[in-house]
Design a protein around this ligand. Structure first.
Ligand code: TXE
Length: 481
């Protein structure tokens, strides 16, 4: 895997350059633990330069484009993403450790975000408002200005697509700080934006550490909106830093998302969703379903059927494209195995395997299915961010809702039931930004607004909703007698 660009540079004002300090950070392959290159260690000075370049773009060529022209650039970018699909998928698989097929799906998602927001750019409209005699009143949706984007390592392409796609469609100029663990496709995105013809400064990418480049971006007085996906703790820091500048933030902070399986559900249909929603990307997914709530009458049956699937699951190097790859880092593996140590032997209902020939330096964890826990146990309450799911029984709809809503999170939930009335009741009662009825995730639909409540964050991304989040509404009241 040899990227077509230099990986150890920052991209500012349309140019690849060394970061101000000249420092670099190692880039490693989670499948082997080996260093595969270096990335720039961008810092506050680079963030300053990127914000300045973005500001110039807004008052220059980028700011002068019409919505149609911005849409065309995004369409071109989407086409370039598809043309580079193999290289992008290989980069993401190597950098993140996700199986190649999952990395390919992420390429498609990135292209879809570009396509969706290309088509949406010229369809964001204001309103005319009936008002007093002698007035004409209307609203304009305008770009906010410079937007800051802090992206994690688990789905770089997807999160860049949803976040920058919408911000660019609205006419903002973006500064992106990707995660230090996985920067490659963020850098590729910058270069594809250059090839697509985005004016200098519309897209800027500054890799670096969270506490350095990330903190500098969130605290920068020239940034008008911060979009962050990551942990609850860092989300708090981001919101606090943005508050000092009184700018809005979109926070997407993960969850402990439940699937509710009622006795009247089609278990055969549900089964692959129950498992895959927990194990996709080795469980390192903000919307992973890590709690499976099952009506007691069918609890043993669902447990046994899931256990059987688990026993067949294999964690292996990303490029061998098996069910799961490694975790992103030794630190993440430590977090996950630390959680697993809390489980008693009898609570480990089933386990998958790590491929016997998986390199020793890789960060592999075999998937584990847990049962016999109380809903209040840490394993059933906290985001583990690894290939671990917890089964919990319930006796009736009321108890299912109490358990489902009984964590500080509220990102995604699903209901498996043939009863239409129950589906409608629960869609209202479940505390989540998305509720799925007899499915989970709706194949990631880029069109579907996404975001959480409580510790899962606030603000909405994806779909049209994101365009509103990345815009500023102006009311114009004209008095003409
Ligand atoms: O997250 P961080 P980490 C959760 C998951 C995981 C845990 C830790 O539970 O186990 O977080 O992962 C940047 N100012 N999620 O440590 O620190 C950082 O450089 C500004 C859930 O990787 O939140 C990276 O770009 N930015 C999740 C991004 O924040 C800062 C995805 C995420 O890193 C910063 C990832 C600072 N002070 C982890 N410190 C999801 N919701 O999908 C760090 N960053």
């Amino acid at each position: 895997m040899q990227p077509w660009f230099d990986t150890d540079k920052v991209f500012i004002g349309g140019r690849w350059q060394r970061c101000a300090s000249g420092g670099t950070l190692p880039m490693s392959d989670p499948s082997t633990g080996r260093e595969i290159g270096r990335i720039a260690r961008g810092g506050a000075e680079d963030i300053d330069a990127a914000v300045e370049a973005a500001r110039k773009a807004l008052s220059g060529d980028w700011g002068r484009l019409t919505a149609v022209e911005r849409g065309r650039l995004l369409a071109r970018l989407g086409a370039l993403v598809l043309e580079h699909a193999d290289a992008l998928a290989e980069m993401e698989a190597t950098d993140v450790g996700k199986p190649l097929t999952q990395a390919r799906a992420d390429v498609t998602a990135l292209a879809r975000y570009c396509e969706f927001y290309a088509g949406a750019a010229d369809k964001v409209m204001g309103e005319t408002i009936p008002f007093q005699q002698g007035f004409t009143v209307y609203t304009l949706r305008e770009p906010i200005g410079v937007t800051g984007h802090i992206v994690p390592w688990n789905y770089p392409m997807q999160i860049i697509g949803r976040s920058l796609g919408a911000a660019l469609a609205m006419g903002n100029a973006c500064v992106l700080k990707p995660a230090e663990e996985a920067c490659l496709t963020a850098l590729a995105f910058a270069d594809l934006a250059r090839m697509a013809g985005f004016p200098d400064g519309a897209v800027n990418v500054v890799p670096g550490l969270g506490a350095e480049a990330g903190a500098a971006l969130t605290a920068h007085p020239g940034v008008g909106h911060v979009s962050f996906t990551g942990s609850v703790g860092t989300g708090r820091l981001v919101q606090t830093a943005a508050a000092a500048n009184l700018v809005p933030v979109t926070l997407e902070l993960g969850g402990k998302s439940p699937q509710l399986v009622f006795a009247d559900a089609d278990i055969g249909k549900a089964l692959p969703f129950l498992v895959n929603a927990g194990l996709q990307n080795a469980g390192q997914t903000c919307s992973a379903s890590s709690r499976i709530l099952v009506e007691r009458r069918r609890f043993d049956e669902v447990t046994e059927r899931m256990a059987e699937v688990y026993r067949g699951k294999l964690a292996a190097p990303a490029m061998s494209d098996r069910d799961l790859g490694p975790l992103i880092s030794a630190r993440q593996k430590e977090i996950v195995t630390g959680y697993l140590d809390l489980a008693g032997q009898g609570q480990r209902v089933a386990e998958g395997r790590v491929a016997p020939d998986a390199p020793d330096g890789g960060h592999y964890v075999a998937p584990v299915l847990l049962a016999g826990l109380a809903p209040e146990d840490r394993l059933a309450q906290e985001e583990i961010f690894g290939p671990v799911q917890v089964l919990l029984p319930f006796d009736d709809e009321e108890e299912a809702v109490v358990i489902a809503n009984g964590t500080p999170y509220g990102l995604v939930a699903s209901v498996w039931s043939a009863d239409g009335g129950r589906q409608m009741r629960l869609a209202k009662r479940l505390r989540a930004g998305q509720v799925f009825l007899n499915n989970y995730g709706a194949a990631g639909g880029v069109e579907l607004p996404f975001g959480g409540t409580g510790h899962s964050g606030h603000g909405r991304e994806k779909g049209f909703e994101a365009l509103y989040g990345f815009s500023s509404l102006k009311t114009v009241a004209a008095h003409h007698g």
